[in-house]
Design a protein around this ligand. Structure first.
Ligand code: ASP
Length: 591
């Protein structure tokens, strides 16, 4: 049907007879000349219709946007004043001799252009049209290149690509499962995997040594901008390695990926931040390291200050922490109050602030820091002339959360979070357990197959909260790209952790018996990680929503506006499964 694509012709093709096929991007009618831009995945080519064939000219004039057209003609050079240096085919045009409409298009719900974004609902409903837009298509192509680079690297490192089933048993990754009812075993359900965790570990017991899979995972959670009910992981597992082995492998992978896809050299090894340090310095476990604005501990100074509020917070086990904004003193009172309102959105009781003006401290709590106390404070915070100091005094969790958000907002406002910069880091030494206040028990921070640092093991019962895991997260620019751990490979240790998590012997046997048995047959030491492919693609594409790098994403309500999924099914199908839908009044409200 075509001799070339719409992105292929160059001046050296001048004089050649060619055939192109694509979509009518734009029609410009100059009376005795009509220009049509023909577009496909590869680019755009200008087609010109002359008045030496009136019928052909008339048919070109009548072309509507997005008509599928095949054109035959000769490649002609454009004169220098008519050339378009902005596109690769801008030096030529095709002089049409024959044109055939292969398929017309209805009037469009929106114009196919990169300049204006239609409303999200419209984009998702007509995703096939949205994907015709160059920038949208380019992101999908970028994702392809990322996945290709991942495969290439892992193949070169002796990894076997192995598929694991989607119809499987629940894996405890902490989220709610998507369930699939079984027709053959009525009343039983498969769970769509939240990850192939147990199966990839079993592959290590099988001696596969190095496994990877680019795999869909499913978690029935409340959605946010960087979450989807189904998402893709680069999942991998390695035998006979420790934590360092996995980190090194992933560093090599990221390095070659960044080089291949973006032509950026990243330095390895990446910075390693213990979890506690990340929390103290940035208030979160996935810090954006493109900028400073680190949290400063002001507890010691606050404890000696006249300010009762600070002292009371400290007495109750809370913290007093601040952020110094260099040159932030120029912010107006109103702007600072906006920051306070923002901090309060994340639970902070208030936001104290101080400015250094003419060597003096001014601001909401300045009167408590007169004289030497003020000098101490300035020194501790490193605050100089013109700086702004923002302080939160609260319970640890709240203060960290509020300051983390504040830090990100300030970086945005000060233009510090530069796009095109990639600051990778490892956060290591996560706690093995965290306290779930809701469930009043200890739960795994990562998942229950994660091993503890050997030197912390004796505290597993006496002080579970202090046990550090051999778990690690890869972070980039304020996002967690993925995480993994060194696994438990001995049955007795695995049972011990299950018990620590409050599993009864019976539940253990019933849910994990097959896995515990497997550990008994010579399980090698092993470790692994999973990286979120959607997030990696989102960050490399420089967008802030993972929907932009997924061909057919779902909305925040987990529905697909293109196909209408999820949808009701025929009663017959439900009765085959032995399922009856409860009337609204009897159903438990959606959590
Ligand atoms: N299965 C884990 C996850 O999905 C990753 C891992 O531990 O390898 O987060």
């Amino acid at each position: 049907m075509r001799t070339h694509t719409c992105g292929e012709l160059r001046p050296e093709h001048a004089g050649a007879r060619v055939a192109l096929a694509g979509w009518v991007d734009r029609v410009r009618d100059h009376g005795n000349l009509v220009f049509v831009d023909l577009r496909d995945r590869y680019g755009r080519t200008q087609i010109v219709f002359h008045n030496d064939d009136e019928a052909l000219l008339a048919s070109a004039r009548a072309l509507k946007s997005e008509t599928v057209l095949r054109v035959e003609g000769e490649v002609g050079l454009r004169s220098p004043q008519n050339a378009n240096p902005k596109i690769p085919t801008g030096g030529i045009e095709v002089v049409a001799r024959v044109a055939l409409v292969l398929n017309p298009s209805r009037p469009l719900p929106f114009e196919i252009t990169d300049d204006v974004d239609p409303a999200t609902e419209v984009r998702l409903r007509y995703r096939y049209l949205d994907l015709r837009r160059e920038k949208v298509r380019n992101r999908i192509a970028l994702r392809h290149r990322i996945v290709a680079a991942m495969r290439k690297y892992l193949w070169s490192q002796d990894f076997l690509e192995i598929e694991t089933p989607y119809l499987t048993r629940s894996t405890p990754e902490g989220a709610r499962d998507y369930l699939v009812p079984s027709r053959i075993s009525r009343g039983s359900f498969y769970a769509l995997p939240q990850s192939p965790q147990i199966l990839k570990q079993i592959l290590m017991v099988s001696g596969m040594d190095r496994y990877f899979q680019i795999v869909r995972c499913f978690r029935d959670e409340d959605l946010r901008a960087d979450r989807q009910p189904e998402f893709t992981q680069l999942d991998l597992e390695m035998s006979f390695v420790d934590q360092e082995g996995v980190l090194r492998l992933v560093e090599g992978l990221v390095r070659s990926l960044m080089k291949e896809v973006l032509e950026i050299e990243v330095e390895v090894p990446f910075r390693r931040l213990p979890y506690r340090e990340a929390m103290e310095r940035y208030g979160c476990d996935k810090p954006d390291l493109r900028y400073g604005l680190e949290l400063i501990d002001l507890g010691e100074i606050a404890s000696r200050s006249e300010f009762r509020v600070f002292r009371e917070v400290l007495a109750k086990g809370g913290v007093v922490k601040g952020i110094r904004v260099p040159g932030g003193g120029k912010r107006s009172r109103k702007q600072v109050e906006e920051l306070e309102a923002y901090a309060k959105e994340f639970g902070a009781g208030g936001l104290a602030w101080l400015k250094v003006e003419g060597g003096e401290l001014k601001g909401s709590v300045a009167k408590f820091f007169a004289g030497p106390a003020g000098e101490d404070l300035k020194r501790a915070a490193g605050a100089g002339e013109g700086d702004l100091l923002l302080v939160v005094a609260d319970q640890r969790k709240i203060a960290f959360a509020a300051l983390d958000k504040l830090r990100q907002r300030l970086a945005g406002e000060e233009g510090l979070a530069r796009s095109g910069r990639f600051e990778f880091a490892w956060v290591v030494d996560f706690p093995l357990f965290e306290r779930s206040e809701e469930e009043m028990r200890w739960v795994s921070c990562h998942h229950p197959f994660t091993s503890a640092r050997p030197e912390d093991l004796d505290r597993i019962h006496s002080d579970p909260g202090s046990v550090r895991a051999r778990a690690y997260d890869l972070v980039l620019n304020g996002y967690e790209l993925g995480g993994g751990s060194v696994r438990i490979h001995r049955r007795a240790d695995q049972e011990e952790v299950f018990r620590g998590l409050g599993l009864s012997e019976e539940t253990m046997r019933e849910q994990f018996g097959f896995f515990l048995d497997c550990l008994d047959y010579g399980a090698p030491p092993h470790a692994g990680i999973a990286l979120g492919v959607d997030r990696v693609a989102m960050l490399l594409a420089g967008v802030d929503n993972i929907r932009e790098v997924i061909a057919f994403p779902k909305t925040a309500r987990a529905s697909c506006l293109l196909t209408g999924a999820p949808a009701g099914v025929e009663a017959r199908l439900l009765s085959d499964l032995g399922i009856r839908i409860l009337p609204e009044t009897e159903a438990r409200p959606a959590p």
